[in-house]
Design a protein around this ligand. Structure first.
Ligand SMILES: [Zn+2]
Ligand SMILES: [Zn+2]
Length: 346
């Protein structure tokens, strides 16, 4: 099969033929029809994750089951499926209670194993992790869910518990941030989007942001307090830096809830936070790490009803050769919306 191969960290990627995977016990092989290019792929490429080389990136995928392993009971060849980027083991106490997104034995295609920038990918514990794609939802839309959209959905519903009428400030209007804007607006929240790029803020406004703030060195928190009359009820850091996390937390009103979605890789795993404010104002700091397959139906119902439209977040569709060039550029590129890859394209 053709695949995007990473032979060394932070070095040019190559598209070449490699042996196709076979289905593991309990797992399947999926023929990839769409797979998203995400900043997390760049984190792995640059060395923030511990990947074994040579490696195939890619973790936001949708496709058709091509091979079913022994002991799989729920799935068949030809089924249209997607999968969360965190695949649970299916047997531990967290997986058994519907919390596969924090499984201690989790696999992450594109990180702990070869991913989906390829014609085929193997997926473990299919009965726990696969999600059927409803009729009328495209492969591209389904692939957009796996990481950024589902993570935003769970962050806002399962973690911050956003209610209609609340102010939600989303810092960062890339793929994950724009997803959060669309979802928060659909939940009836009043959304403020913050980003450095005016084009990203225009997209956020189209997707439902009531107000936008350009991160041009201005005091973000002060602007949000002004707009909201005392701070937002919920803040989301969809970027993942000490600065954006702090801006988001300080933009909250008293008793507000912050959800950290953007990854915060640092040398010692620590990030400074304004804890004096957290204590005095009784702020909640929440983490969010993907969403288990078992929680997908509520989100898929809203997509089938047209309330959520992940397909509108897709900016372009490219082939594997373009993906190999675009991935290393994720550090500096400011794409508006998501880049989707179709491995069958030349
Ligand atoms: Zn597990
Ligand atoms: Zn991702």
């Amino acid at each position: 099969m053709r695949a995007v191969i990473m032979d060394a960290l932070a070095s040019p990627l190559e598209v070449r033929d490699v042996p196709a995977p076979t289905a593991p016990v309990g797992g399947v092989v999926v023929e990839v029809r769409a797979t998203g290019l995400c900043r997390s792929d760049w984190h792995a490429w640059v060395g923030h994750d511990d990947v074994a080389l040579p490696h195939v990136p890619g973790h936001e995928l949708a496709g058709v089951i091509a091979e079913v392993g022994d002991e799989v009971t729920r799935w068949h060849v030809g089924d249209r499926v997607t999968v969360p980027f965190v695949c649970g083991c299916g047997v531990c106490e967290w997986c058994r209670t519907g919390q596969a997104q924090v499984c201690p034995n989790q696999e992450q295609p594109g990180f702990t194993q070869w991913g989906s920038f390829a014609e085929r990918v193997s997926l473990p514990a299919a009965d726990t992790n696969l999600v059927a794609i409803p009729d009328g939802v495209s492969f591209e839309a389904a692939a957009a869910l796996g990481c950024r959209f589902a993570t935003s959905f769970r962050a806002l519903t399962g973690r911050a518990d956003v209610r209609a009428g609340e102010w939600v400030t989303v810092v960062g209007a890339g793929g994950v941030g724009l997803s959060a804007v669309m979802i928060a607006a659909a939940l009836g929240a009043r959304v403020i989007a913050v980003d450095r790029t005016p084009a990203a803020l225009e997209a956020a406004a189209r997707l439902g942001a009531e107000a936008t703030v350009v991160a041009d060195g201005a005091d973000i928190a002060a602007r949000v307090h002004e707009i909201t009359g005392g701070g937002s009820h919920v803040s989301v850091d969809a970027v993942g830096s000490a600065q954006t996390a702090r801006d988001a937390v300080l933009s909250l009103r008293r008793r507000g809830r912050h959800v950290q979605i953007g990854l915060l890789p640092t040398d010692n795993g620590m990030t400074a936070m304004p804890m004096a404010r957290v204590i005095a104002w009784e702020l909640d700091l929440l983490g969010s790490h993907g969403m288990a397959a078992v929680d997908y139906p509520r989100m898929l119902d809203l997509i089938a009803a047209g309330t959520l439209r992940p397909q509108e977040l897709i900016d372009r569709v490219v082939g594997l050769d373009d993906a190999a060039v675009l991935l290393p550029e994720m550090a500096t590129a400011s794409p508006v919306g998501m880049t989707m890859i179709d491995p069958r394209r030349a």
